[in-house]
Design a protein around this ligand. Structure first.
Ligand SMILES: Cc1cc2nc3c(=O)[nH]c(=O)nc-3n(C[C@H](O)[C@H](O)[C@H](O)COP(=O)(O)O)c2cc1C
Length: 441
């Protein structure tokens, strides 16, 4: 689960000079009356408010998403799924593996709209993985692997679909020396997919991860490392967009740069400038560098500058959103079209309810003890129901829920005591026992 943060710092304010004194109530009410940018709700019906639950490896599974939605969250993103794991049907790749595939299947009819995030090192593997997600396994695993041409040496193939930032195709497509048999099959399959009427069974959107600070494997870039290799990043973006049916939006998650050198800033610019011509609906920009991982402040001033320089792009912001007030501060200060709520919503689904309350001109209400109990029971029960369908038993689910319990405890006056108790939870009975003891039976 390499996207996870083992080194995150405690909540701290973002770099946003002059942002401290903003009147978030007035800002929220104004946003409430104008609503979300209509381009967004047209692309993804149901995405009706300018915030959403971020991809969070190890957290944002179907259970967390459903709890968030029941508290007013209008849209969710899955954690990053590795293309190779998807193509292999979820097996293997131990250390290279990210999210657990089973935790990311759509959690029933209520778990929409849902954006699935993919990450990988080879344009064709990424394209085939995206097709597989959209089709929801209409073909055999073998067919999807064939689409990705995993039998040959992918890294020795030239990049096929390259375009420059102005949209001009600069890569050799179709290749001047003709197609190989495999390439012909690939092209035919992709074309067939593109013509298929939009059967959006599970996911309404494909999000390409160019942000995760996960280490390279076998010297191959993936996630945020692509920000140091713009040509490859653009090839991946191209390949995925070309493979996915036109009616399904493709989006991208990036960091503000790989690091703070001028060279990397230029790389970001090159990738970002290419997005609309390739056909990406929006970009979520995490305003930390890849090198920063999750340490130190995010730079909202960078987001503000980016929004000003790309007035026609839809841009979402991420980084240092710890409470409902930061949702509205970020929108007002930076001009982003929506805010990605990440660590600020772990064990805190009320942030979404509070955002809706503020948009309706009301004060944000803190969760009562009874509401905390209800949400914690709901989260545990859904988690158990979802994971039982697959492979986890009650004990594994209970252990997994400890990290949520610890976060939920922050809302309780006896939070420190509850946190200590949560550490030992290994059964549904123990979870409910803590609820009965501290949250009323
Ligand atoms: C534990 C953890 C897991 C994450 N996993 C993902 C992921 O799978 N996909 C993704 O796009 N971002 C992931 N992120 C990044 C967050 O979505 C977000 O961009 C980042 O935490 C900055 O926002 P924050 O400072 O408000 O938490 C993860 C972050 C954390 C802390």
């Amino acid at each position: 689960m390499s996207c996870q943060s083992h080194n995150a710092t405690a909540p701290s304010p973002a770099i946003a000079p002059g942002c401290g004194d903003l009147d978030t109530s007035a800002i929220a009410a104004a946003i409430g009356s104008r609503g979300i940018d209509s381009r967004i709700s047209t692309l993804i019906p149901g995405f009706d408010a300018p915030f959403f639950q971020a991809g969070l490896a190890g957290y944002s599974d179907a259970a967390m998403r459903l709890v968030a939605r029941r508290h007013g969250c209008p849209m969710c993103v899955t954690e990053a799924l590795l293309d190779r794991t998807l193509l292999a049907g979820g097996r293997g790749f131990d250390k290279a593996d990210l999210g657990d595939l089973h935790d990311n299947v759509p959690g029933g009819p209520d778990d929409h709209p849902l954006c699935v995030q993919i990450m990988g090192s080879e344009p064709r593997e990424m394209a085939a993985a995206a097709v597989k997600l959209i089709e929801q396994r209409q073909r055999s695993d073998r067919e999807y692997r064939l689409l990705a041409l995993t039998n040959d040496e992918p890294s020795s193939r030239p990049i096929q679909h390259l375009r420059d930032p102005g949209g001009r195709q600069v890569g050799p497509w179709p290749p001047s020396d003709g197609f190989s048999d495999e390439e012909r099959r690939f092209a035919a399959a992709m074309e067939m997919t593109a013509r298929r009427p939009g059967g959006t069974a599970g996911f309404q959107c494909i999000d390409v991860n160019l942000a995760c600070p996960v280490k390279k494997i076998e010297k191959k870039a993936r996630g945020g490392h692509w920000l140091a290799e713009p040509r490859g990043a653009i090839a991946i973006l191209e390949a995925v967009r070309e493979a996915v049916p036109k009616e399904i939006p493709c989006t991208v998650k990036l960091r503000r740069s790989f690091d703070d050198t001028p060279e990397m800033a230029e790389n970001f610019e090159r990738i970002f400038a290419s997005l609309s011509s390739i056909g990406y609906a929006w970009a979520t920009v995490h305003a930390r560098t890849v090198q920063q991982k999750y340490i130190g402040p995010s730079r909202w001033d960078f987001l503000r500058d980016l929004v000003r320089r790309y007035p026609n792009n839809i841009i979402f912001g991420s980084g240092d959103v710890w409470s409902v007030h930061e949702i509205f501060r970020m929108i007002h200060y930076t001009g982003v079209h929506a805010v990605s709520v990440a660590r600020g919503c772990i064990g805190n689904p009320w942030i979404f309810r509070q955002a809706r309350e503020m948009m309706a001109g009301r004060l944000p209400s803190s969760p009562t003890i009874a509401e905390q109990r209800a949400a914690m029971l709901m989260h545990f029960d859904i988690s158990l129901a979802v994971t039982r369908r697959f492979r986890h038993g009650e004990e594994a689910t209970s252990r997994m829920m400890r990290k949520f319990g610890i976060k939920f405890a922050q809302h309780h006056p006896k939070g420190d005591e509850i946190r200590k108790r949560m550490i030992d939870v290994s059964s549904a009975e123990a979870w409910r026992g803590i609820l009965d003891e501290y949250y009323g039976a």
